[in-house]
Design a protein around this ligand. Sequence first.
Ligand code: MLC
Ligand code: AMP
Length: 515
Amino acid sequence: MTKGNLFAALRAAFPADLDQVAIETADPGRPLYYTWRDLERGSAMLANLLASLRLPAHSRVAVQVEKSVEALMLYLAVLRAGHVYLPLNNAYQAAEIEYFIGNAEPAVVVCSSRNFGWISKLAFKAGTRNVFTLDDDRSGSLLERAACHGDQHHPVRRGSDDLAAILYTSGTTGRSKGAMLTHGNLLSNALVLKDYWGWRTPEQGGDVLVHALPIFHVHGLFVASHGALLNGSKMIWFSRFDPKAVIARLPEATVFMGVPTLYVRILAESALTPAACASMRLFISGSAPLLLETFNDWKTRSGHTILERYGMSETIMLTSNPYRPESARRGGTVGMPLPGVGLRVNDDKGEPVATDEIGGIQVKGPNVFKGYWRMPEKTADEFTPDLWFKTGDVGRVDADGYVTIVGRSKDLIISGGYNVYPAEIEGYLNDMPGVAESAVIGVPHADFGEAVVAVVVARPGAAPDGPALTAALKAQIANFKVPKALFVVPELPRNAMGKVQKNLLREQHQGLFKA
Ligand code: MLC
Ligand code: AMP
């Protein structure tokens, strides 16, 4: 088990010459260059600000801000200060934020200045004393306050079992659960990936990562950022994904990570050619299933084979296709369990299935989270008696050890790499005037992989208006959860037991968004 504060390990990997560029911003306008020294000093000043607040050890710091390098420094500062980072998708609205703040009881909340009015009200009501603002143009009260603090800071001592971050993931029923990740979970996984994906240190010729993912989820915050930081590699930093702009920067880069939607959008650009990708070493995809068609098209258009891997908020990375040889990467599979990760496929009775047989995927390893924040029963439900974590994914392992994910036992939609839980959306719809009941399903979507679709039944005598229901949802929940289509129908299909047959609804609507 890896010991110590994760920040100390990341910091130890910074290049000896701290004046080299660590991050170059790639948004329209003049680029900004951040050196390794800037990351060191900026995160030290923020850590000293946190220390000056005299917070209890292991306090939660909840952050809902636009993507910026300063937001990454804040993450590093929270690690340095020994507190617990709680990143929040910036699409979340008041009801969602109120729940997270109420549940996690953060000592500090950091938000965009445009949201300060409503977020600070929610935070103060929940007992949070410190609310700061941070904007993506290097302004806000957080940086103003940090500027008054020194730029030297020794990372607080933390053991591998101490919490580093809480990531909320939606529950199949009820509210979101906070997955507690420790310093040891994050560092052990980052070290395995550094080796497995052949990261090249500056002495070995170096890597340059195009970072175009949000930094409030495992993929952009941990897999991508830790990969570059732990290897002393430069990042070309996009605050928003823009396919044309990304292609324009590939000739300076060697590594790219994306959810399948990013690959689909880049493929739509004629500028994607083998020449544009000539300097690239590795394209990695994950967070949602990569269609075989995308995998094959990418090979033809870029000359590279995408390496698909599989992970979760609760476990960080679990499996990966091989790095070498490139020909061993198999489309439609998520590769083999990473070194140190145990993976087994069990049937409903808890018995292991035979090679190539389908069952529930269960995992074990130093990367597996500590449990759900303040939900011991839910945590216990998700582990087997012999302490394997039940992923909720359904798959099989072939004779060569490659894992294929064939579905999910959890009722989950993954749209553009974001998770949407039907029960949550159905709850909002069922509370709306004129709605008797609803069923929310995921259907194939050419851009987002899956799209959210709602099927609603009216109360007797009522005639709810579809667009009005969609507009009402949009006012309450994150926009990526809002159904892309909503149908009002006389009744939902049910089986003999009275259970809604979502599979029939999926079949009925499967052609809605196909290209
Ligand atoms: C945006 N919209 C989405 C959406 N993203 N709708 C459904 N699903 C999504 N993912 C909405 C917008 O609100 C807007 O609605 C409309 O779709 C068009 O927006 P857009 O401008 O095209 O969206 P864009 O800003 O370009 O965002 C698309 C995206 C983004 C693909 C770049 O969704 C994204 O960055 N996804 C990556 C998610 C991610 O990092 N996941 C990792 C999870 S970690 P309207 O109505 O407002 O017009 C994990 C573990 C692991 O799963 O294994 O990695
Ligand atoms: P999250 O809760 O956001 O961390 O999402 C984790 C889920 O994303 C997993 O349980 C899988 O269902 C899904 N997932 C991640 N990577 C892949 C992949 N490469 N292929 C298919 N599904 C994936």
